[in-house]
Write a protein that binds this ligand. Structure first.
Ligand code: PMP
Length: 395
């Protein structure tokens, strides 16, 4: 491989921006203090966390910085939202023992929900449409007076479908339940405003928006009480104990500021590039299909099925050509598991295994899209010639 590698997996992770690294460096070196210390070094670390909290709050329209609790990432934020809310609700009223989510959530939501079932809660998993949308009437039908929490993701990490979060949150509140949304993919890539959406809890992650890995946040609406899941020295208003990841939090804050500042330009540029790619793929590669919603789609995401090929073979072949994309249960180490998202969208086994996710960033170019489609066309043709479906799709 002599050409430059092409990275088309921004939904999995992104490089840390130079401006972010520059802000982090002092907190790895000179300003290394523990925020719990009273002396100068501790105060400097505390001050840096306060600024980051303001910046993170700003990206999602939180009224008060204290509404932001830093975590080790999106996964911990989801766990804290779900288990912390369920635990608190049941401790106050034992009949509040029901949680509603959907079948297309990230494992960081599905697994804590399954753990709640083990702990004696009941959990309802809502179905979705073929486009990956939760139907408000399904939520209305599932909600009961014992429902403590509804957790529906803002934008899906595989197909990029954006849920009608505002409407779903209203339904939850009308029935006396709280509403959480996993906005790990959405925050920084589309306008997200916790007050406009009317959500009680919202999860974010730094490494999806050019911040460092291992840091994220949970927005917890002012006045809302939930139970911590990590206990100890009482950091983060006792909501998440343990010495804060100060350089990571500083970097996350800067990443939020950058993402907020470039949002309109990001959306315009990235969605135009994505539409160019979609058009080219569908017109140049036979038996290909775009998955997900045509209208409610996150700017960077394109998701395809190439009939008659295996997605993992596709990824390996593209990787040999220097192109990094993803398939199956993206963002999970359980690579062999067929995508639960596509399954819930009613896809057949063949439609699932032939799937490819491409997620773009502002660094990608039109030339990269051209090179990608040309490589993809060749690889798909080659794989089809080898596959048992050859007679059907090989042309
Ligand atoms: N939720 C969604 C929708 C995600 O895409 C991810 C990242 N794959 C997570 C949660 C987990 O975030 P983190 O990697 O920060 O733990």
């Amino acid at each position: 491989m002599t050409e430059q590698r092409i990275y088309l997996d921004s939904a999995a992770s992104t490089p840390v921006a130079d401006e972010v690294i520059q802000e982090m460096i002092p907190y790895l070196k000179q300003q290394f203090g523990n925020p719990s210390s009273i002396h100068y070094f501790g105060r400097e670390a505390t001050r840096a966390i306060q600024l980051a909290r303001k910046r993170v709050a700003g990206l999602v329209g939180a009224a008060k910085p204290q509404e932001i609790t830093f975590t080790s990432g999106g996964t911990e934020a989801d766990n804290l939202a779900i288990k912390g809310t369920a635990d608190y609700a049941r401790s106050k009223d034992p009949s509040k023992n029901h949680v509603i989510t959907s079948y297309i959530e990230h494992d960081a939501v599905l697994e804590p929900c399954r753990d709640l079932e083990r702990l004696g809660y009941s959990v309802t998993f809502l179905p979705v449409t073929q486009e990956g949308l939760v139907r408000p009437e399904d939520l209305k039908g599932a909600i009961t007076p014992s429902t403590a929490l509804v957790s529906i993701m803002h934008a899906n990490n595989e197909v990029g479908t954006i849920q009608p979060v505002k409407e779903l949150a209203r339904i939850a509140h009308d029935a006396g339940a709280l509403f959480h949304t996993d906005a790990v993919q959405a925050a920084g890539k589309m306008p997200v405003d916790v007050r406009d959406l009317g959500v009680d809890l919202l999860s974010m992650s730094s490494h999806k928006i050019n911040g460092p890995k291992g840091v994220g946040a949970l927005y917890i609406r002012d006045g809302l009480e939930i139970m911590p899941i990590i206990h100890g020295g009482g950091q983060e208003s006792a909501m998440r104990s343990g010495t804060e990841n100060v350089p990571g939090i500083v970097g996350f804050g800067k990443a939020c500021e950058l993402a907020g500042g470039r949002l309109p330009e990001y959306q315009r540029q990235v969605s135009a590039l994505r539409d160019y790619l979609i058009e080219k793929v569908l017109s140049e590669i036979p038996h290909s299909r775009l998955n997900g919603s045509k209208t409610n789609r996150l700017a960077p995401n394109a998701h395809f099925t190439f009939f008659g090929v295996n997605g993992e073979d596709l990824i390996i072949k593209l990787d040999e050509d220097g192109i990094a994309a993803s398939t199956g249960s993206a963002c999970s180490v359980k690579k062999q598991k067929p995508s639960h998202v596509l399954k819930a969208m009613g896809f057949s086994y063949e439609e699932i295994t032939g799937s490819l996710r491409i997620s773009l960033s502002m660094q990608n170019t039109k030339e990269e899209m051209d090179r990608t489609v040309s490589a993809l066309a060749g690889v798909v043709k080659e794989l089809r010639s080898l596959s048992p479906f050859k007679s059907k799709y090989y042309t």
